[in-house]
Design a protein around this ligand. Structure first.
Ligand code: PHE
Ligand code: FE
Length: 295
């Protein structure tokens, strides 16, 4: 999943519209009540496996010195370079490592369902692969984004706990009017997060790691984007761009910071934030320092 911003009603309306040629991709007709489907691994074509290999090779070559070591190590163990992987194999290894499993889904799913999966340590992965025309850019998350981008980090115990906490937090935020805030946190951490390491800034966000362009862009000193230490409430207030590279990246010191920063009760946080204006994606506040100085 890239983000969870679709309400249940909107979602069902979008699926219903599908018959007259509208937006949502994927076959929802076989999905169960949790939107889970069979992956049908045998049905992938050789052309799809070949496209996966091309995507994988380009992306894997960009990782050294850019992706965090936790991601690189886990990806290597997942052994998914040779074609679209069979989820059940990865899922078994993942369960042994952190108690998470992978569930196959037709595509985007309602946010309530998404949160319920995360709260139960199940990560939904889309079954279909982009077309060759979408090699460089895709709007909806596909199997390459979901699997390559997200699954490696779920092998890290602290990050895995954070993701479950996020799912529980999402369920709770639904009744507190906090979803817009929480979606920003997901966006700026799970999708576009950076981490400070002794070797320098590294990427852990799936949205970056599954995009060739942004992997290079987000760490280069020529960018006009801001790199700021993650402050949770600041992040919750910050709008984001879905159709350009990010204008702000939030940087963590370690994964424990994510867990510890989001473990407290957010009820008063949401109340506080509702009194404050949201911040444009490219804001830099007076007291904030750039962690990546431009050349
Ligand atoms: N702990 C937060 C609450 O009580 C929820 C949350 C968890 C938010 C994890 C973000 C990430 O509402
Ligand atoms: Fe995603």
């Amino acid at each position: 999943m890239t983000t969870a911003t679709v309400s249940n009603e909107e979602f069902l309306a979008t699926v219903a519209e599908k018959s007259d040629g509208a937006a949502l991709r994927g076959d929802y007709s076989q999905a169960d009540a949790r939107y889970v489907v069979q992956q049908h691994w045998d049905a992938y074509t050789e052309a799809e496996h070949a496209l996966w290999r091309k995507l994988y090779q380009r992306q894997a070559a960009l990782l050294p010195g850019r992706a965090c070591q936790e991601f690189i190590d886990a990806l290597e163990k997942m052994d998914a370079a040779h074609g679209i992987p069979d989820f059940t194999q990865t899922s078994d290894a993942l369960f042994k490592a952190t108690g998470w499993t992978i569930v196959a889904v037709p595509g985007l799913i309602p946010e309530l369902t998404f949160f319920e999966h995360l709260a139960n340590r199940r990560f939904p992965v889309t079954v279909w692969l982009r077309t060759p025309e979408e090699f460089n850019y895709i709007v909806e998350p596909d199997v390459f984004h979901d699997y390559f981008g997200h699954v490696p980090m779920l092998f890290n115990p602290v990050f895995a706990d954070y993701m479950q906490l996020y799912g529980k937090g999402g369920l709770k935020a639904m009744s507190l009017g906090g979803l817009d805030y929480l979606a920003r946190l997901y966006w700026y951490t799970v999708e576009f997060g950076l981490i400070n390491t002794p070797e320098g800034l590294r990427i852990y966000g799936a949205g970056i790691l599954s995009s060739a362009g942004e992997v290079e862009y987000c760490l280069s000193r020529g960018t006009h984007s801001h790199h700021l230490r993650l402050d949770i409430e600041r992040c919750l207030r910050t709008l984001y761009k879905i159709d350009t590279y990010q204008e702000t990246y939030f940087v963590i010191d370690d994964f424990q910071q994510l867990f510890d920063g989001t473990a407290p009760d957010f009820t008063p946080v949401y109340e506080r934030l509702k009194q404050l204006p949201s911040l444009p994606a490219n804001s830099l506040l007076a007291h904030e320092t750039e962690l990546l100085e431009a050349l």
